[in-house]
Design a protein around this ligand. Structure first.
Ligand code: ARG
Length: 461
């Protein structure tokens, strides 16, 4: 007779390969705490409803205390032949307390058990992700506060566009990350319904109380459809999509760090702790962490796509395809957590080079729009005409190898004779950035206001 927990109708053992492809304990052992919590709530409810005796429940609870101790002490004997965490916990319980352990699985299936554990795990992971993102926001806001007036080139198409402030640039990421946190908390809210009691797929004939187990586990309510409860993995997909989007934001910032720390940009320097050297080129300081963050965004997006692919053609209800949901999700959260922490470390400790940023901001005729705006304001030109006149002045400056601010007034007057010395007041990069005072604009004034608001929101200072 088969030795497995489900072995009653089997005469032979599974082959080694069958065991290897089927076992998930190497992955789902991370849900040991959630599994014990789910079993505690279930057993309490069974006793409360008169389905098992108080004495059995007491034996089960004290056995689960022991299991928990072993898990926490690292002495719990995880066994691959027991497939997964659920059967490992139950089998250990049986060794510890004997017969009452066999009553725990009344009115329950691994199908509702696994997804209960998984929802609990994901809920915790989403909350940790938000905490990590908040720490990154704090780091960005602190650096933005120091650099509210640091002028740098703003780009579109990676071509010099208009001067901006570094503080403004960093706060753009703070905004993105706030939405990332919002997506995590939305996912956590929506996932917070209890599948426990759905049993295998159809519910159970035992007079269980699903509200009681839902409440004991911190869920808002029991899921209303037992088929949905055991089949649905959209909570994991939604969580992975939130992570994939957030990782995309980290990757964009990582890419900028790679650019900024190059000798050609020289806008920033990573601290020694966040740089790596080359085995052959002695001068190198490589931004490996930033590069890895870029790659990890692709991995996380892939984990989302893998799970979506596994689920999209699954008929209801449970199928074993769903076992790999946890591997993908755990890896995505691990990878994401590491990325956020590495980014936080880099941001906290990197040094900026305001002189190089300022010099770069002055290149590429970055104040041409200011000149056109000046023509509109002072000479009442239509903007389209001002755009054309400015374009001609830029062409001359380019031909002479000069910045706009260094071009003699007489030269500009060959294009527009009404121009006066006043024009130079708008051609410096500082004046340009300072002039953009519209709400959400790049001026040091507006940026400092935003920094103050973020400091309050994040509880800084
Ligand atoms: N280890 C399984 C999983 O992660 C638990 C559920 C097994 N259910 C079943 N009917 N075989 O999906």
């Amino acid at each position: 007779q088969g030795q497995q927990m489900w072995g009653g109708r089997f005469a032979a053992q599974p082959t080694d390969i069958m065991q290897s492809i089927n076992a998930s304990i190497d992955v789902d052992r991370r849900m040991a705490l959630q599994d014990v919590a789910g079993s505690r709530a279930h057993a309490d409810m069974l006793a409360e409803c008169g389905i098992i005796s108080e004495a059995d429940n007491e034996a089960i609870q004290s056995g689960l205390d022991k299991v928990l101790e072993e898990v926490e002490a690292g002495t719990f004997p995880y066994r691959v032949e027991l497939e997964d965490i659920h059967m490992n916990v139950e089998a250990r319980l049986k060794e510890l307390i004997g017969e009452p352990a066999g009553r725990l699985h009344t009115a329950r299936s691994r199908n509702d058990q696994v997804v209960t554990d998984f929802r609990l795990w994901t809920r915790g992971a989403l909350s940790e992700a938000q905490i990590a993102l908040r720490a990154l926001q704090k780091a960005l806001v602190a650096r933005a506060g120091e650099n509210a007036g640091t002028v740098m080139p703003g780009f579109t198409h990676l071509q010099t566009a208009q001067p901006v402030t570094l503080g403004h640039h960093l706060l753009a990421y703070v905004e993105m990350i706030e939405r990332d946190k919002g997506r995590c908390s939305d996912a956590a809210k929506r996932l917070n319904e209890s599948p426990l009691g759905a049993a295998a797929l159809a519910g159970t004939g035992f007079p269980i109380d699903r509200d009681a187990t839902a409440e004991a586990l911190g869920f808002d309510r029991p899921m209303a459809n037992s088929l949905d409860a055991v089949s649905a993995r959209d909570f994991a997909l939604e969580s992975l999509s939130a992570l994939a989007i957030a990782a995309t934001h980290l990757s964009r910032l990582a890419e900028e760090i790679v650019l900024w720390t190059s000798a050609q940009f020289s806008f920033a320097k990573l601290s020694d702790a966040w740089s790596t050297g080359s085995s052959i080129m002695p001068q190198k300081r490589n931004p490996d962490a930033a590069e890895l963050i870029r790659a990890k965004a692709a991995l996380i997006a892939g984990q989302f796509a893998s799970l979506q692919g596994a689920v999209k053609a699954l008929p209801l209800a449970y199928a074993k395809d769903l076992q790999d949901d946890k591997r993908l999700t755990f890896e995505a959260f691990d990878t994401f957590g590491l990325s956020v922490k590495a980014m936080t470390g880099m941001i906290e400790t990197m040094s900026f080079n305001p002189d190089a940023m300022r010099a770069a901001a002055a290149k590429g005729f970055s104040t041409a729009t200011d000149l056109a705006d000046f023509l509109v304001r002072e000479l009442k030109m239509p903007f389209r005409d001002a755009h054309h006149v400015t374009g001609r002045i830029v062409a001359i400056a380019e031909a002479e190898g000069s910045d706009l601010a260094a071009l003699p007034l007489q030269t500009m007057q060959t294009v527009e004779p009404r121009l006066t010395e006043d024009v130079f007041s708008v051609l410096s990069v500082e004046a340009s950035a300072a002039s953009r005072r519209s709400y959400g604009g790049t001026s040091p004034e507006r940026v400092s206001e935003q920094v103050e608001q973020w400091k309050k929101r994040l509880g800084l200072e």
